[in-house]
Ligand binder design. Structure first.
Ligand SMILES: Nc1ncnc2c1ncn2[C@@H]1O[C@H](COP(=O)(O)OP(=O)(O)OP(=O)(O)O)[C@@H](O)[C@H]1O
Ligand SMILES: [Mg+2]
Length: 418
């Protein structure tokens, strides 16, 4: 028969031939069971790495861990680092589903011990173990006798705990069961991490698509409300001029002046749209000149006063940072234009050797920032979220202060490289 032996490199296992008669029947049986378990482990691990749906993967991991360890119940917890709690994600046995998403402190009980010490914990008699937390299992009618808890470790950090309970056959879990589960948990944690990263990439892709769609919609709206209206006015005006030439040529001069004004406005608006889409001056001359040109353009079309103070902006930043900062200003100004109906808008940029502080303030309607943030995910708007993400790109801090009827101030603070 064949059995496992570790070769010189600890990570490589090789099959070697050993005469059958050097093992007792019990040992042969144990080795057979172990080889079968390792084969199951390998098959399951392959299956797990192909699964990218996080929810399905969690269930598959727990089911497979129970199969491998011949257990009748089990649970899987994931760590919530913000709350420092372990969250029940999947529970099999009793009325386990009722416990889903409930939480336990990350450093408490048997599961907490496995998590914090990053090792397997075997319990032979849960009822008499002082670390055992009776309440959760009892609340779903699950009677637990023996159990093993093993940590899920990804990139050297514990991300959760896998726990199997109540072996169908045999009295207690063995050290070998624990070793096998540890190996299984290591594979599972990699699969979980892959699925999490895949989920993040998909979310990011969806977000980029949403931003692209929003930009297209905004462009369509701007073209419709601005240049298209102006061009239709121009067409009407030209037809009127044609009729006027035949009927009353003396009025043509005045009408030409009106035509000129409409055409000039259409040109401004189209240039403003182009500037919003790609402010070339930002790439060529940097933030200060770009803000000046931006404000000059705004003043031509907006009904409110705009004050710009950017005299201290001298040092150029990385193009990516300048683009991120500029689009925070654009979104803040657009929000003031769209939502605030202000009389005044102030843009201020102060740069010293330590950093850059940029603020966009209006004296318009204002809004309840906390209420907005709490309901943000259901609104379908992206502006504030994009601003926050752009602030992260420049390692900056974004603060929005606003109250209904008291105006809004968006402040971005960016540390400058030494
Ligand atoms: N300067 C402001 N004055 C008044 N309300 C504001 C101001 N800035 C933001 N808000 C409020 O916050 C909400 C969220 O802003 P956000 O920029 O995320 O969305 P939006 O402007 O409605 O849509 P989008 O930016 O995605 O086109 C706005 O709908 C508005 O109610
Ligand atoms: Mg907005």
């Amino acid at each position: 028969m064949t059995n496992y032996r570790h070769a010189a490199s600890p990570s490589v296992s090789v099959f070697v031939s050993t005469p059958m008669n050097s093992y007792s029947p019990d040992e042969i049986e144990r080795l057979r069971a172990r080889v079968a378990a390792l084969e199951t482990l390998q098959r399951v691990a392959r299956d797990l790495t192909a699964e990218l749906d996080h929810e399905i993967l969690l269930k598959k991991i727990l089911r497979a861990a129970m199969d491998v360890s011949h257990s009748t119940a089990g649970s899987l917890f994931l760590y919530d680092s913000a709350a420092q709690e372990l969250v029940f994600k999947v529970i099999v046995g009793g009325g386990g589903d009722a416990l889903k998403e409930t939480r336990v402190p990350a450093a408490q009980g048997i599961v907490g011990e496995s998590f914090t010490q990053q090792r397997a914990v075997i319990v032979d008699d849960a009822e008499t173990d002082p670390r055992y937390f009776r309440a959760p299992a009892e609340s779903v009618g699950l009677e637990i006798h023996q159990l093993i808890a093993v940590p899920l470790i990804a990139q050297a950090k514990p991300i959760g705990v896998l726990e199997v309970m109540n072996q169908a056959v045999g009295a207690c879990y063995s050290a070998q069961d624990a070793e096998l589960l540890m190996a299984f948990a290591a594979q599972s944690a990699i699969a979980l991490e892959n699925a999490r990263l895949y989920g993040e990439i998909r979310q990011e892709r969806d977000r980029i698509l949403a931003v692209e769609a929003a930009v297209r919609h905004e462009l369509a709206r701007d073209l419709h409300d601005g240049p298209v209206q102006m061009l239709s006015a121009l067409v009407m005006e030209t037809r009127y001029l044609r009729d006027l030439a035949a009927q009353d040529p003396s009025k043509i001069q005045t009408e030409f002046l009106r035509l000129d004004a409409v055409a000039t406005k259409a040109l401004y608006q189209t240039r403003n749209i182009l500037f919003d889409l790609r402010p070339l001056i930002l790439e060529q001359q940097g933030l200060g000149p770009a803000l000046e040109q931006y404000v000059t353009r705004l003043r031509m079309v907006e009904p409110f006063n705009i004050t710009l103070d950017a005299a201290t902006l001298r040092v150029r930043l990385a193009p990516k940072s300048e683009a991120a900062i500029f689009s925070i200003v654009q979104e803040s100004v657009n929000n003031a234009k769209k939502h605030a109906k202000p009389k005044n808008l102030w843009i201020e940029a102060v740069q010293d050797e330590t950093g850059l502080t940029l603020s966009v303030r209006d004296d318009g309607n204002g809004f309840d920032v906390q209420a907005m943030e709490a309901a943000y995910s259901t609104r379908g708007s992206l502006g504030l979220l994009n601003m926050k993400e752009r602030a992260e790109i420049v390692q900056g801090a974004l603060r929005i202060v606003s109250q209904p009827n008291e105006g809004t101030c968006v402040t971005l603070t960016v540390p400058l490289p030494k």
